[in-house]
Design a protein around this ligand. Sequence first.
Ligand SMILES: Nc1ncnc2c1ncn2[C@@H]1O[C@H](COP(=O)(O)OP(=O)(O)O)[C@@H](O)[C@H]1O
Ligand SMILES: [Mg+2]
Length: 270
Amino acid sequence: MSTQTSTDAGTAAPKVVLQIDNLESYYGPIMAIRGVSLKVHEGQIVTVLGANGAGKTTLLKTVSGVMDPEKGTVNMMGADIQTMEADAIVRRGIVHVPEGREIFPLMTVAENIAMGAFTRNDKGAIAADEEMVYSYFPILKERRSQRAGTLSGGQQQMLAIGRGLMAQPKLMLLDEPSLGLSPLLTQEIFEIIVRLNKEQKVTMMLVEQNAKVALDAADYGYVMELGRIVMNDRAEVLAASKDIQEFYLGVSQDENQRGQRRWKQRKTWR
Ligand SMILES: Nc1ncnc2c1ncn2[C@@H]1O[C@H](COP(=O)(O)OP(=O)(O)O)[C@@H](O)[C@H]1O
Ligand SMILES: [Mg+2]
């Protein structure tokens, strides 16, 4: 065995897939994200938590090229992508599963899934990937000739994820997959997200208001408030943090009645 091989064997730190530095994005004069910096390592599920209006969707739109930032950089595996068009970013392996799913309601399930492969022309591999998607979401196979608009909310979320997988993403951006779903369906979707991460090696950046399911699934988390990152740590550390438990997980903390903490006094989370 050469020295080279033994140096490489299993000891290398995970690669950074996505690195965001000092990002600022605006809607007209309104600054929606304010100097956001974060990293997503290969193979991980990274969650960005935040209340409604925190800037989560804006962050994902800026990464996927739907919006251009005013300042800052989005770097994917060594290349700055913040000025690239959305379709070029898909070709580089970043797929955005948007808030509210945005499936094509009048097209069938199968047609929606096929649309996800718009950047590809490797027909055989596309067919194999369709089968892969249906293996994760058997209900979509049963419903494949049905118009997508007639699916339930949970099935539409599955379809949006399935369509995203068809682009062979290296990094999937998921915008509130739990939105509008029952706890049971949310659980089901998150189990599949974790399986896709492990089995299909899709790195995930997942924004959520539902801190419980997101932190259960994630390796690492960031908390956004009013366009800024206010906290970041390993998911299990965040899940155990009193601030997170109080504001996101609905755990009441008796001791808080006496010793008020800083965040309580400037509470802006819901
Ligand atoms: N199309 C828009 N025009 C103007 N302001 C917007 C628009 N979309 C979002 N915003 C504002 O930007 C901020 C961040 O919104 P958003 O990224 O959607 O937050 P989140 O996804 O965390 O709920 C909010 O103050 C919101 O009101
Ligand atoms: Mg949003």
